[in-house]
Design a protein around this ligand. Structure first.
Ligand SMILES: [Zn+2]
Length: 487
């Protein structure tokens, strides 16, 4: 059942030759410079020309005096395609929050084949799928360096855009990284315990997700070498001896909140985290940053994902009014995971997790100061991470970390284009670029809060006025009373 809404206008159809955003202030995502009083002419999904306001241009005119025009927002870490029951609604919700492009962080052979056949669809009202990997490399499909290398070759042949790794052994990590480089595939993902971040960067890792995870970065920034050895023993969650159904459920719990998985594998995990925080060295963090800069390693911090994990039972998330966009089955499941979190994490652990949150902001700020390239992502697919909404929460957390409004704007527009090497068609409001745009009610260079004030979205040349965006949200919320996956 498709989502149909009124009020979406497609440029170049009923309205003649295109769409004119008249009187708008164009925001330069590279410099933050503003050009007020312009007319942006969109024809057939592209920005055809940018002229002074009032220029004679054909097409439907939208008067946009006092509005600010930026490229569409990018969520550079999502798992929307895995939400089989909710691809269409999640995609619509993302679009309604200004997201016009996404990076899908887990794939399957089936997804790659469907895409190759031109049949992979996110829905009628959806962001563009910018990039897709194959199956995540794990100890299951990459249990040895040889198996991992064969898997990378296989994924390349299936048409994967990049490789994503999580928790493979150090030997497999470097063997698959090397193979990915040989195949011309960016190598992104989670660090493996026992792998040096600096070495991964030197060898060509393209992007580190979730700040590491953070604990693995804190190993690199700790002054106490013996601790490093201790923490290298930190193991991925050991599968307990359970029935297949119970295993599936345990896996879902760990995806919803990986902290529970860590504590299950190692009840002392948070004590170790505390020691790492206590021995944090700003000097070492800056040295690490310099390595990332030198070798062009990106970071996608996903602070909102990290926050929803650390604050796994916090009412900010568990009682959020935005849960109306989440189906009842998923909500009930998240509630049960929150309950487990409440029972599992002791008071001292909570204190550590709160300090870990401060470290995440500090690391993000340090990376920014040192010039490490970063992009905004959310990890939608994790517990309490709501599509669309979460990218705006990410902006708030980046702001809390002390990043400037311009940097935050860049992280969700220009930088994604840069990372994907698609700056010729994305990332800026310029002639010739794809017409994926967001019209804001306030200046995003003055305050990142203005990124929340969406007046309209242009997606592939079609315009969604505020009313249409609100209608999309309402339709998604309306569906959530009945739809739900089997959890
Ligand atoms: Zn992810």
């Amino acid at each position: 059942m498709g989502i149909s809404i009124a009020g979406v206008r497609t440029a170049g159809s009923a309205s003649g030759d295109g769409l004119v955003l008249n009187g708008v202030t164009v925001v330069d995502t590279r410099t933050g410079e503003l050009t007020p009083g312009t007319a942006v002419h969109v024809v057939q999904g592209k920005i055809q020309q940018i002229l002074p306001a009032g220029s004679p241009l054909s097409g439907e005119v939208i008067e946009a005096d006092g509005k600010f025009l930026i490229p569409g927002l990018l969520d550079m870490h999502t798992h929307v395609l895995q939400q089989e029951h909710a691809i269409e609604t999640s995609s619509a919700l993302m679009l309604a929050h200004g997201i016009t492009g996404i990076r899908q962080m887990a794939g399957t052979t089936e997804m790659l084949r469907t895409r190759k056949a031109g049949r992979l669809k996110l829905g009628e009202h959806a962001p563009e799928l910018l990039t897709l990997c194959g199956e995540i490399l794990t100890p299951v499909n990459a249990g040895t360096p040889e198996a991992g290398v064969a898997e990378v070759k296989r994924q390349k042949a299936e048409g994967a855009d990049f490789i994503k790794t999580i928790f493979v052994s150090p030997k497999t990590f470097f063997a698959t990284l090397e193979e990915a480089n040989r195949q011309g595939l960016p190598y992104d993902g989670h660090m493996s315990p026992g792998v040096s971040l600096a070495k991964a960067s030197e060898r060509g890792m393209a992007a580190i997700e979730h700040l590491g995870p953070t604990e693995l970065t804190l190993i690199a920034t700790s002054t106490r070498g013996w601790l490093i050895n201790l923490l290298l023993k930190l193991k991925p969650p050991k599968p307990p001896d359970l029935s297949p159904e119970a295993m599936t459920k345990a896996g879902k719990v760990m995806i919803a909140n990986p902290i529970l998985g860590r504590l299950h594998a190692d009840p002392d995990a948070l004590t170790k985290t505390k020691r790492l925080i206590d021995s944090y060295s700003d000097r070492k963090a800056r040295e690490l940053s310099a390595t990332f800069v030198k070798h062009g390693t990106w970071q996608c911090p996903t602070l909102i994902r990290n926050a929803t994990m650390r604050l796994g039972d916090d009412p900010t998330y568990t009682k959020s009014p935005n849960l109306r966009y989440v189906d009842a089955t998923t909500r009930a499941f998240w509630d049960s995971v929150a309950e487990m979190f409440s029972q599992t994490v002791p008071a001292a652990g909570r204190e550590t997790l709160s300090r870990l949150g401060e470290m995440e902001l500090k690391l993000t700020k340090t990376y920014d100061e040192c010039g490490v390239k970063m992009m905004a992502g959310t990890d939608f697919g994790g517990g309490w991470v709501i599509p669309g909404v979460s990218l705006h929460q990410e902006f708030d957390l980046l702001e809390k970390a002390g990043l400037t409004p311009l940097t935050i704007l860049q992280m969700t527009t220009l930088n994604g284009a840069d990372f994907l090497r698609r700056e010729s068609t994305m990332g800026a409001v310029e002639t010739g670029k794809d017409a994926n745009l967001v019209l804001l009610d306030g200046n995003p260079v003055e305050s990142a809060q203005n990124l929340h004030r969406i007046h309209a979205v242009v997606r592939a040349g079609s315009v969604y006025p505020k009313q249409a965006l609100d209608e999309l949200k309402e339709q998604v919320a309306g569906r959530m009373t009945t739809d739900g996956p089997d959890l």
